[in-house]
Design a binder for this molecule. Structure first.
Ligand SMILES: [Zn+2]
Length: 286
């Protein structure tokens, strides 16, 4: 399995210094939407989808004015997962499965670019995004992004465990949801086997690389505040962030943990490489 790391939506909020970057209070910082393109023998699997084509075309309707004002997204069609998999030499139909960490607007905008793909989601998260029971949930889960009717495949915990966490296998032994509630009701990390180790896409379980330092963790002040403000359950979020730090401390040689929005973590991975120009097509699955 080859895994590509791509940014599907650069966001530039004001206050670079508060986001842990260089620059002053009034300069814009940079956050990414770190997504994975996993090449499997049956096609492509995406982990998170960032912003999609329709978000670029109709940002106000799809993303809402508050999100646009606060995060300052660049809204580039070239950054959508669709545009990037095409640059890698694949087609829309090659994407068979999508595994979002959670269903916030900056993680699922690309779903509508792949309407035929199965979308594997932790059942409590799907329920939260469908019911939209609180005011905050009505603004974070955008009905406009789901209107095409994603092919949801809900998953529940069934007693399986992995390195001290619950684990929900979604695609054989190689891709699993790891529930880490707090940011949202059903927020998960997604663990992807990558050779001898595991990539752990921690979604929004933390926002800044310093938060994962096992000794003396440090968060950028603006991002720490933001996480507290938008958490569905801040106590659960902190507890799960602690568990994630322990995973890094105790199993650092077996896992590589990264979050959705830290640009430095993303850029530590090699840039995506187009596949060699041989025309292989995937056999359609039954
Ligand atoms: Zn996010």
């Amino acid at each position: 399995m080859r895994v590509h790391h791509i940014d599907c939506g650069t966001m530039c909020p004001l206050g670079a210094r508060l986001l842990g970057g260089r620059g002053g209070w009034l300069e814009r910082g940079r956050l990414v939407c770190h997504c994975l393109v996993v090449e499997t023998k049956d096609g492509l699997t995406l982990v998170d989808t960032g912003l999609g084509t329709a978000d670029i075309d109709q940002p106000r309707r799809r993303l809402g004015g508050v999100f646009l004002a606060v995060t300052g997204p660049r809204l580039l069609r070239d950054q959508t997962a669709l545009a990037q998999i095409e640059r890698l030499g694949y087609r829309r139909d090659d994407v068979r499965d999508i595994v979002p960490t959670h269903l916030d607007l900056d993680h699922v905008g690309g779903l509508s670019d792949f309407p035929e793909a199965r979308v594997h989601v932790f059942e409590p998260e799907l329920r939260a995004a469908t019911e939209r029971a609180t005011r905050r949930e009505r603004s974070r889960y955008r009905a406009a992004q789901m209107r095409h009717g994603p092919r949801w495949v809900p998953h529940r915990v069934e007693g399986d465990t992995w390195m001290g966490f619950e684990r929900v296998r979604v695609l054989g032994d190689d891709v699993a949801l790891v529930p880490l509630a707090g940011h949202t009701r059903g927020h998960c990390a997604v663990a992807v086997r990558d050779g001898a180790r595991w990539l752990v896409h921690a979604g929004d379980a933390y926002f800044f690389r310093g938060e994962m330092r096992p000794e003396a963790p440090w968060g950028a002040p603006g991002l720490s505040l933001l996480q507290r403000l938008i958490a569905f359950d801040d106590e659960a979020r902190r507890r799960n962030q602690d568990r994630l730090r322990s995973l890094v401390r105790d199993h650092g040689d077996e896992v590589r943990v990264f979050c959705a929005h830290d640009p430095v973590e993303l850029e530590a991975f090699p840039a995506p490489e187009p596949r060699p120009a041989v025309t292989t097509t995937f056999v359609a699955s039954a």
